[in-house]
Design a protein around this ligand. Structure first.
Ligand SMILES: Cc1cc2nc3c(=O)[nH]c(=O)nc-3n(C[C@H](O)[C@H](O)[C@H](O)COP(=O)(O)OP(=O)(O)OC[C@H]3O[C@@H](n4cnc5c(N)ncnc54)[C@H](O)[C@@H]3O)c2cc1C
Length: 416
C-alpha cells in the first residue's frame, strides 16, 4: 500500500478500515540466498538495499525479538556527518545524503528533521581542535560553520555562557545534522524491504551456525534450521555472543549506554546541542520532551538498563550547560547494548569464514550510519568487495595498525 495524501483521505472516509499491516509477518523457509541476522536498523537497511540495489530479493531478516526492540529504537536519534578522519568522512556523508532522501525513497515518514547539530567549545585549545575538524569536513564537501560566542547566543540564549569552570566560547555547527524518529526508520526499512520480497521473521533467535567443509551455510534458530548461501551478521550489542557461535573472537566489547527523556515543554531547543567539557547531548522531541544522554556506563554488560552513577554524571553535565534543566521532571530512562570496537569505528567486512559477513563495532554512533551501513553491507554481500566509502572498515586493521581512532583514545573501548 502506497502512503499518500490520497490514501489518507480515502481511509479517513471508510473509518480507517482499509489500512494493511506495515509489513508481512513471514514464516521462515528452509532456504534463502541471503540471511541477515538482526532486525535492527542496519540489518533491515541491508536487506532493503540488497533487494533495491542488487536485485537480491530471496532474503530473510532473522530477529530474536521484535522489530525496533534493539538499539535502533533506543537511541537519542541524532544524525550528523561531522567526522574528521579520512576513513570516516566519506562514509558518514554518504549516510547523510541518503538520510536527506530517505522518506521519499521508503515512502515512509521517518520525521527526519535537519535542525542542526551544535558542538560547544569551552577553551581556545578546543576551539582550535573544532576548527581543524570543521576544515577537514569542508575540504570533503561537508557543511561546517565555526560560531563564536555571539553566534551561539543568537541560537541558544538559554545556555550557561558564564559557567566559571566551562564558559561557552562558541561552537561547531553542522546545519544539515539533526534528528530522525528512530523506530520509524526501522519500520520504514522493514516495510520497504518486505514490499520487495524480503521475509522479516521476528521472535526467531539464532542459536548456532550450520557448517559444511569449513564454510557457514546456514543458521540454527529457535524456529528450526535455515540455510543460505551468504549470511550477514548485524546484531550490534550481541556481536561477541553471535561471533562466538561461529568461533570468532572479535575486537568488540559490549557496554550499556543510557538515554533519558523529560516531561514535555514548549519548543525550546532549536537543534541538537552537545556539551564540550563533559559528556552530555540534548535535543527536543516533537512531543516536547528533552531527550538526552551521555557516556556509557563503563563496564561490560548485556543488560538493557544502566546504573545511578552515570545518571548522576549525565545530569551534572546537563546542569552545567543549561541549569534550568534541573527544574524538569525526568519521565523515563532506558539502556541499550553498544558494540564498542577498539578504535571507536565500525567493521563492515568478510569474517574470514566463507559465507559469513560482519557488520559491527558501531559504538554509540550507529544510528546516523544506518542507511550507509545497509548500503555498503549489501554491496559487500552482493559483490564480495567492500564499497569504496566503507573501504577503511576492515577487520584486519587491528592487525595492521591502520586503526581509525576519531577520538585519539587508543584501544580503550570505554573511552570511545
Ligand atoms: C541510549 C542510546 C543512545 C544512542 N544514541 C545515538 C545517537 O544519537 N546517534 C547515533 O548515531 N547512534 C546512537 N546510538 C547507537 C545506535 O543506536 C546503534 O549503534 C545502532 O542502532 C546499532 O545498529 P542496529 O540498529 O542494527 O542495532 P539493533 O537495533 O540493536 O539491532 C540488532 C538486532 O539484532 C538482534 N539480535 C541479537 N542477537 C540475535 C540473535 N542471536 N538472533 C537474532 N537476532 C539477534 C537484536 O535483538 C537486535 O534487534 C545510541 C544507542 C543507545 C543505546
Amino acid at each position: 500500500m502506497h502512503y499518500s495524501l490520497f490514501s489518507l483521505f480515502k481511509n479517513a472516509l471508510n473509518g480507517h478500515r482499509g489500512w494493511t499491516p506495515t509489513w508481512r509477518d513471514a514464516e521462515p523457509r528452509l532456504n534463502y540466498e541471503v540471511i541477515i541476522i538482526g532486525g535492527g536498523g542496519h540489518g533491515l537497511a541491508t536487506a532493503y538495499y540488497l533487494a533495491k540495489n542488487h536485485g537480491i530479493t530471496n532474503v530473510a531478516v532473522i530477529e530474536k525479538g521484535w522489530i525496533g526492540g534493539g538499539n535502533v529504537g533506543r537511541n537519542t536519534t541524532i544524525v550528523r556527518s561531522n567526522y574528521m578522519l579520512p576513513g570516516n568522512i566519506p562514509f558518514y556523508e554518504h549516510a547523510m545524503k541518503l538520510w536527506e532522501g530517505l522518506e521519499q525513497d521508503l515512502n515512509y515518514n521517518a520525521m527526519m528533521s535537519q535542525r542542526g547539530v551544535l558542538n560547544l567549545y569551552h577553551s581556545d585549545a578546543q576551539r582550535d581542535a573544532f576548527a581543524r575538524r570543521g576544515n577537514a569536513m569542508r575540504l570533503h564537501g561537508v557543511d561546517a560553520e565555526l560560531l563564536d560566542r555571539d553566534g551561539v547566543k543568537a541560537m541558544a540564549p538559554f545556555l550557561n555562557f558564564d559557567n566559571a569552570r566551562f564558559p561557552i566560547q562558541g561552537g561547531l555547527l553542522q546545519r544539515r545534522g539533526g534528528t530522525a524518529r528512530h523506530d520509524a526508520v526501522a519500520w520504514g526499512y522493514a516495510r520497504a524491504a518486505s514490499d520487495r520480497g524480503v521475509d522479516i521473521i521476528q521472535n526467531c533467535e539464532v542459536k548456532g551456525f550450520v557448517r559444511e567443509g569449513g564454510a557457514i551455510v546456514g543458521v540454527e534458530t529457535t524456529r528450526g534450521t535455515i540455510r543460505a548461501k551468504k549470511i550477514g551478521m548485524a546484531v550490534a550489542g550481541n556481536t561477541s555472543k553471535v561471533g562466538t557461535m561461529a568461533g570468532l573472537r572479535l575486537p568488540i566489547e559490549s557496554h550499556v549506554l543510557q538515554a533519558f527523556v523529560t516531561e514535555g515543554l514548549k519548543p525550546l531547543i532549536p537543534g541538537v546541542i552537545t556539551f564540550g567539557a563533559g559528556h552530555f547531548y540534548v535535543s527536543q522531541s516533537d512531543k516536547g520532551g528533552l531527550v538526552f544522554g551521555g557516556d556509557i556506563d563503563g563496564y561490560n554488560s548485556y543488560a538493557q538498563r544502566g546504573n545511578m552513577p552515570v545518571v548522576e554524571d549525565v545530569c551534572e553535565g546537563g546542569m552545567a550547560v543549561m541549569p534550568m534543566i534541573g527544574r524538569l521532571r525526568l519521565l523515563r530512562s532506558w539502556g541499550g547494548i553498544m558494540d564498542m570496537s577498539m578504535d571507536g569505528s565500525p567493521i563492515i567486512d568478510k569474517s574470514g569464514i566463507d559465507g559469513l559477513y560482519l557488520n559491527c563495532g558501531w559504538c554509540y554512533g550507529g544510528f546516523k550510519a544506518t542507511p550507509a551501513s545497509g548500503w555498503c553491507f549489501a554491496h559487500l554481500i552482493a559483490k564480495d568487495q567492500p564499497h569504496e566509502v566503507a573501504a577503511a572498515y576492515r577487520l584486519n586493521r587491528f592487525e595492521t595498525g591502520a586503526v581509525i581512532d576519531e577520538k585519539g583514545q587508543g584501544a580503550q573501548p570505554n573511552l570511545h
